[in-house]
Design a protein around this ligand. Structure first.
Ligand SMILES: Cc1ncc(COP(=O)(O)O)c(C=O)c1O
Length: 379
């Protein structure tokens, strides 16, 4: 058997990693400014993380949700405290798509309604409901097409009001910052007005913080910059620092009923140990503060570069929209400078490094970026 080739692979195989560094099978060192799609939050192979997972594996790695698991309670308590949502409940699952799937389902159960309002260029995952709320027909099979989702432009409060006033909507789903689209942030006023529209019309507000959450922007959740609270928040990526886990934070207004949600693997012992270790490190190593200051350092270092059309984002979630002449820069960074970055569309570089990135490491990137601009200019 061979693998089903749905991924375009870079010709590099990482075999070892530590902090923000990766080594390939030939021993070449790379600087990781992508964190494997924003997944590595506390840094590769963090000793506390390795210790917690190893110790747990030696005790019990898995049992189903049919029995008590106090690790889930510990995780919920620590997540509530650190995220500023101590009064919410936590449902654990395995991925971002699954978290969104459950969030949409919960909103629909709660309101008894079918429709969901989503935003142009949104990405919420690839399972049935999540992909339907994703504005990309290329990844929707005919089976996923549904009249239950409507897309409107981000930040268009009039369009939101027009749709929600029909009274047909269970929920609005919005990313804390649109990631896959290329780092586009909902405006503060927009989120504030959307929040009050949802209150007025009894629509559930779902914040998808799968990419923008877990400290990535310098606050625990990106939407907290606008001062609003969501009814449901979904998380995944940074939550397990690479161990697959997703979470749904649920407002006290929702009533849990036995059997309404469920999963075999979600909330297993190993996943909880990984997620608890992540929260411990975020707190003990002040990674939110580090994210803010290193993010500002990166912004300051990149601002004004002639290669950049627009610089967007917050903290360590940065979108660099490139001028046409410099579109080859990502490949050059990877192959010539040994730095991993990500992309969005054809002209946007995405920086999503581990939150422990240092200013010295950020400077390595800034210098390499400038060097490659010079090389392109001289070709
Ligand atoms: C905002 C957002 N939501 C949901 C997902 C889906 O997460 P997963 O790939 O873990 O299913 C992603 C993945 O990129 C994402 O960026």
């Amino acid at each position: 058997m061979k693998t089903f080739e749905v991924y375009k692979l870079a010709p590099i195989e990482p075999v070892k990693a530590s902090g923000c560094k990766i080594w390939d099978k030939n021993g070449t060192e790379y600087l990781d400014l992508y964190g494997g799609h924003a997944v590595i939050s506390i840094g590769h192979a963090h000793p506390h993380y390795v210790e917690m997972i190893s110790a747990q594996l030696n005790k019990i790695g898995f049992y189903s949700n049919a029995v008590e698991n106090s690790l889930q309670e510990e995780l919920a308590q620590k997540l509530g405290e650190l995220s500023g949502y101590p009064d919410y409940s936590l449902f654990l699952c395995n991925s971002g798509a699954e978290a969104n799937e459950n969030a949409i389902k919960l909103a629909s159960f709660h309101t008894g309604k079918k429709r969901v309002l989503a935003f142009r260029e949104a990405f919420h995952g690839r399972t049935s409901g999540a992909v339907a709320a994703t504005d990309n027909p290329k990844i929707q099979a005919p089976f996923n097409e549904t009249a239950n989702i409507t897309f409107i432009p981000l930040n268009d409060i009039k369009a939101a009001e027009k749709e929600l006033s029909t009274g047909e909507y269970a929920a609005v789903i919005v990313e804390g910052i649109q990631g896959v689209a290329g780092i586009y942030e909902p405006e503060k006023e927009f989120l504030v007005e959307l929040r009050s529209l949802c209150d007025k019309l009894k629509v559930v507000l779902i914040l998808d913080e799968v990419q923008s959450g877990y400290g990535r922007t310098g606050k625990f959740f990106a939407h907290q910059y606008s001062g609003i609270r969501a009814d449901i928040i979904t998380t995944a990526k940074g939550m397990g620092n690479g161990f697959p886990i997703g979470g749904v934070l649920i407002s006290p207004m929702f009533k849990a009923v036995y059997g309404m949600l469920g999963t075999t693997f979600g909330g297993n012992h190993l996943a909880c140990a990984a997620a608890i270790a992540v929260l411990d490190v975020i707190k003990n190593e002040s990674l939110l503060e580090n994210t803010t200051s290193v993010g500002e350092h990166l912004f300051a270092g990149l601002k004004g570069s002639k290669a950049i059309k627009e610089l967007r984002g917050r903290g360590l979630m940065i979108g660099i929209e490139l001028n046409d002449k410099y579109l080859t820069i990502r490949d050059r960074l990877m192959m010539d400078e040994k730095i991993f970055t990500g992309t969005a569309k054809y002209n946007i570089l995405r920086l999503l490094p581990p939150l422990c990135l240092t200013k010295a490491e950020a400077d390595i990137f800034i210098k390499a970026f400038e060097r490659q601009i010079e090389i392109i200019d001289n070709e």
